[in-house]
Design a protein around this ligand. Structure first.
Ligand SMILES: Cc1cc2nc3c(=O)[nH]c(=O)nc-3n(C[C@H](O)[C@H](O)[C@H](O)COP(=O)(O)O)c2cc1C
Length: 324
């Protein structure tokens, strides 16, 4: 049974990637994920704010110490930043300890200031970078075109800065999602992750306070990424990885049938532990045996919109039959 796949030009033993979360923030946890069969691991994100604020603090400190900021070595001072240094150390230690591909994750919004940090990430030996880029389109002063052009500017700068593959993890908050996914896939990134799931607010109606809503996804949330992986599978210029709602081996099968090169899992590992990766693999292998598919490439994309016998179903959005 051949579970291997390629994603971002990297060879993975199997398509189940441990997604970026608190489960990927230490070497011990990463080692456990590898032992339990993760095909690759995306590290917990470092946030743009952490990089930029830390840099500003260091600059202030250096100025107070009488350092001539014109001759300031940006990279050296970056490395003195505690959070940045910790992240670089996590990459270096992980690369020494495990052999599965390690993907660093940067969580960013508009600014370009953090981009030089990506060079340090590359130098630390990571296999790829996943850019988790998002700003809620609630800025009334910016048009959708202005908002969306920011993605391309950041990607362009990052591509100029590093030569390792870049994946972009996106949301579905775009004015024309299909076209945007296609344009992003041709921007030079090696992969797109569809889709990120965000921390969302809820309201406590007794205390009249804002509280976090459900932190973990449910299996029902698979539907959105499944639809868009299937629609986009043969229309993009890069790899697609599916994220959100992948809780069991059947969901892995579905996403590969839709056309994904890999899946990312987070919530199901929180709920079931890293051992759950093996359970998912067992289900995947059993399904492949039962259906006589010796390798993933034998069935990848077989149920994409282009390949499906009833492609219109991926675009149906109203519950016509249920109501009539
Ligand atoms: C507790 C928690 C922490 C997370 N932290 C990050 C993060 O730092 N960076 C990131 O890109 N995604 C983060 N995510 C999002 C996951 O990587 C993933 O995209 C999302 O949870 C949907 O996948 P799932 O349905 O398998 O959970 C986090 C998710 C959870 C539940």
């Amino acid at each position: 049974m051949d579970l291997t796949t390629t994603y971002l030009g990297l060879k993975l033993d199997n398509p189940i990637i441990a997604g970026s979360s608190g489960l990927t923030d230490s070497v011990g946890k990463i080692q456990k994920l590898e032992q339990n069969g993760a095909g690759a691991i995306v590290l917990k994100s470092i946030f743009e704010e952490e990089i930029v604020f830390e840099h500003e603090d260091i600059l202030k400190e250096a100025e107070a110490d009488g350092v001539n900021l014109d001759q300031f070595d940006y990279y050296d001072f970056h490395l003195k930043g505690e959070k940045v240094k910790k992240y670089i150390d996590l990459i270096k230690e992980s690369k020494k300890t495990v052999s599965v591909p390690i993907i660093a994750s940067i969580n960013c919004v508009y600014s370009h200031e953090w981009i030089s940090f990506a060079q340090q990430i590359e130098e630390a030996g990571v296999d790829a970078i996943e850019l988790n880029m998002f700003f809620l389109p609630s800025d009334f002063s910016r048009s959708s075109q202005e908002q969306e052009s920011m993605y391309f500017k950041v990607i362009e700068r990052l591509l100029e800065t590093v030569s390792i593959p870049i994946a972009l993890k996106i949301s579905y908050y775009f004015s024309s999602l299909g076209q945007m996914i296609q344009r992003l896939s041709n921007s030079g990134v090696a992969g797109l992750v569809l889709f990120n799931r965000f921390f969302s607010p809820d309201i406590d109606i007794d205390k009249l306070k804002i509280k976090p809503s459900f932190v973990y996804s449910t299996p029902a949330e698979l539907a959105i990424s499944l639809r868009w992986i299937a629609i986009m599978a043969n229309k993009v210029g890069c790899d697609l990885a599916a994220s959100t709602g992948v809780h069991d081996g059947n969901a892995v099968v579905k996403q590969i049938l839709a056309g994904a090169k890999a899946v990312q899992v987070a919530s199901s590992l929180y709920k079931n532990g890293p051992e759950h990766i093996r359970t998912m693999q067992d289900t995947l292998k059993k399904w492949m045996t039962d259906h006589d598919y010796p390798s993933l490439s034998d069935f990848r994309g077989k149920m994409s919109q282009e390949a499906a016998s009833n492609p219109a179903v991926f675009e149906r959005v109203q519950f016509m039959k249920y109501f009539s």
